[in-house]
Design a protein around this ligand. Structure first.
Ligand code: SF4
Length: 259
């Protein structure tokens, strides 16, 4: 990493910000992780929404969304990349119903029949000095005036007010990529939290994206320094409770010994 073009996605960048040791396990050593129940449900809901918005508008009903979710599950339920490791066969129905209620919540905050998505699950990338950014945007809508609205679905809980800016890291990352690689400054960024359900919105400006770009360049430098010294600090936080690498992490081992 120290000499190569550093590659970052919103999640790998967020990993380094929250815990450099976690970034090392995931992005440098590329260790395998079991699929958690929440992650698997999130992937299934995202895939069902992609199919829903690819349907003609008059077919986008809550029942059809549920049918798409169940159809997808029938296709992937035996696949270890989709199936949560701890999900028993007798728990599947309850687990799927939780996914269906996330989909049903979307209809409380918008009418999907009136959404004209120009791109779904759209791969974007761009290069900055010594840095390659990539990511997949859940949904892009284009208004008649040509302006773009980017939407990112979240299946976890809405963050508290003090964490809203941090939660927008991913959508700002996407906005920067749209601006740098397509010359389009999106008009609005939306985070759709399906569990509550709540929509958080931001209007990016050139100034805010330039500041965000500087933030990413500083992150690039910090990662390169960590790589050059092979010094990946573990940063314990409440995230540790859900971390797949507890057995390998020196900080977690220390905590376990002191308890
Ligand atoms: S257990 Fe905590 S400190 Fe260790 S790698 Fe995971 S998140 Fe980082």
């Amino acid at each position: 990493v120290a000499q190569e073009l550093l590659e970052l996605s919103p999640s790998s960048a967020a990993n380094f910000k929250s815990c450099p040791q976690l970034f090392k396990f995931r992005s440098i050593e590329r260790l395998e992780e079991p699929v958690s129940s929440g992650q698997a449900r999130g992937s299934l809901v995202h895939a069902a929404l992609e199919r829903l918005f690819a349907e003609p508008p008059d077919r986008r009903s809550p029942d059809h969304a549920s049918a798409l979710l169940r159809g997808l599950w029938a296709e992937v339920r035996g696949d270890p990349e989709w199936r949560p490791s701890e999900l028993g066969v007798d728990e599947e129905d309850r687990w799927l119903r939780a996914g269906e209620s996330l989909l049903a919540n979307l209809f409380k905050i918008e009418d999907p029949c009136h959404v004209e998505a120009s791109r779904l699950e759209w791969w974007v990338e761009c290069e900055l000095p010594d840095l390659y950014l990539r990511g997949i945007i859940d949904r892009v809508e284009e208004d008649r005036d040509g302006s773009w609205i980017l939407t990112d679905y979240k299946t976890g809980r809405t963050p508290g007010e003090s964490r809203e800016l941090a939660a927008s890291f991913g959508v700002r990352f996407y906005a920067l990529m749209c601006w740098r690689s397509h010359g389009v400054l999106p008009r609005e960024l939306r985070l759709v939290y399906l569990a509550d359900p709540v929509v958080l919105r931001w209007r990016p400006t050139e100034r805010s994206l330039l500041a965000f770009e500087r933030q990413l360049c500083a992150l690039r430098d910090a990662i390169k320094r960590a790589a050059a010294r092979d010094d990946w600090r573990a940063r314990p936080s409440p995230l540790c409770l859900h971390c797949s690498f507890q057995d390998r992490c020196p900080a977690w081992q220390e905590t376990a010994q002191t308890d």
